[in-house]
Structures are given as C-alpha cells and as structure tokens.
Ligand binder design. Structure first.
Ligand SMILES: [Cu+2]
Length: 160
C-alpha cells in the first residue's frame, strides 16, 4: 500500500501550490479564486487581493470577463440583514492591500446560463486599473470545503 499513499500525497501538492499572482506596474493581484457553483447557478463570486506597492493611489475601474455582466459588489450587514451593494470603482491607496473575500468585496460573475464553475477550472478575466492599466488574471475555481465561509448569499442573488 505504500506506493498508493505516496501517490496520494503527490496529488495534494498542486493544490497547496495554487497561490498565484499577476502584476502590472505597481499593482499586484494575488490569488484570484472562486468557489465551484451549483450546476444551474446564475451567478458566481470571485475573490482576490489587490496590492498597491506604488507611491500614488490607483483605482480599480472595472472587471471584465466572458459573461453577460460582471460587477464589483460589497456584502454588507445593515440592521442584521445581509445586503449587497454595487461598487462602481475602488481606490487602492499607496501601500495598501484590499482583500476581496467572502462576506466583503467580491467580483460577481452574472448570467452563467449553464456555464457552472467546476473545481479545477480557470476562469479568465481582466482587471482594469486607472494607472496600472489592464491586468489579465485567471480565477482558480476551488472546491467548496466544509469550513469555507458561506458566501452563498450569491446563489439567489438578484441582478441589479
Ligand atoms: Cu454580489
């Protein structure tokens, strides 16, 4: 049975090494990822980190991908009710790092129309910055683990 265990260990490594980043000018986009979705899901949320290593602010103007609509959203809790707001643009201060993470900022891919996100896939997208310009990235689609935060407010997400 030893060879079997060795092989199994080997398979775990790529997942651990899946952190990836994309750079342009002073902007670094760290580990874009999304969770797998239900087969008929209409929306999927994407997460990443944006770091500005420069001396001046930059602004994330838009996220583009091959879906009918892609927006930046922010999950908020108002009076105990979870809501989502459309974020038009997002300024990244010099030296700052802004996390898109479950329960906060996220990229919303809308109108999947059967193009469900499956674990192991890579979803290409482009982040458009005022100064750093266009940065092509790939969102790694990851399996939903039991301890993953519930970001599923999105499955029933209204388009707006
Ligand atoms: Cu959303």
């Amino acid at each position: 049975m030893k060879p079997f265990f060795a092989a199994a260990l080997f398979c775990v490594l790529p997942a651990l090494l899946s952190a990836h980043e994309f750079k342009s000018g002073d902007i670094t986009v760290g580990h874009p990822y999304a969770f797998e979705t239900a087969p008929m899901a209409q929306t999927a949320a994407g997460y990443l980190t944006v770091t500005n290593t420069g001396e001046t602010p930059d602004t994330l103007l838009a996220v583009e991908a091959d879906f009918p609509k892609v927006m930046m959203h922010q999950s908020l809790e108002k009076d105990g009710i979870a809501t989502m707001e459309h974020v038009e643009t997002l300024e990244i201060a010099p030296g700052a790092s802004v996390a898109f993470a479950p329960g906060g900022y996220h990229v919303m891919f809308m109108g999947l129309n059967g193009a469900a996100f499956k674990a192991g896939e890579h979803v290409p997208a482009t982040l458009v910055f005022e100064h750093a310009g266009r940065i092509d990235v790939e969102f790694n689609v990851e399996a939903r683990t039991e301890d993953a935060p519930a970001s599923d407010a999105h499955s029933g997400h209204a388009t707006h």
